[in-house]
Ligand binder design. Structure first.
Ligand code: DQA
Length: 144
């Protein structure tokens, strides 16, 4: 079982970015917490670039890795990410979309995800625990 966790645009600003919505921990704080809490192996990336995220999804497909992805604002309009994730899922791999906040309870533009139809499932609104739940879901699906 190989798992890649991808974080999209502006998530590198966690800690400074609207802490009332996203909390005060940095993305690296969450990475370290997740390693300790999950006791699982995973690769961790962040990119502000749609193309780089697509490259990483394609690489995960080639290497047969499952994906946990917080696509940030790309959630709401990136058909490129949608198509890459559809292809990854069609190859029999799992992908879980995560959001720290609950986009369904926020501005109207956040209420649609173009990513959700392409992934195995979505977890939102539980802060950093969304990553932990996603990892555990993949682990149980892989029978580990
Ligand atoms: C987010 C929600 C998105 O709407 C937003 O653009 C983000 C973060 C979340 O984790 O709650 O960048 O994906």
């Amino acid at each position: 079982m190989q798992i890649v966790i991808l974080n999209g645009p502006n998530l590198n600003m966690l800690g400074q970015r609207e802490p009332e919505i996203y909390g005060t921990e940095t993305l690296e704080d969450i990475n370290q917490w997740l390693k300790t809490e999950s006791r699982m192996q995973f690769q961790w990336f962040q990119s502000n670039s749609e193309g780089e995220l697509i490259d990483l999804i394609q690489k995960a497909q080639i290497e047969k890795s499952d994906i946990v992805i917080n696509p940030g604002a790309f959630t709401h309009y990136s058909y490129g990410l949608h198509d890459a994730l559809s292809s990854h899922r069609a190859a029999g791999l799992f992908s879980i979309e995560c959001h720290l906040s609950n986009p369904a309870a926020r501005e109207s533009f956040r209420q649609n995800s173009v990513i959700s139809p392409a992934v195995t499932g979505t977890i939102a609104g539980l802060g950093k625990n969304v990553y932990l739940h996603a990892l555990r879901e993949i682990k149980s699906r892989r029978g580990n």
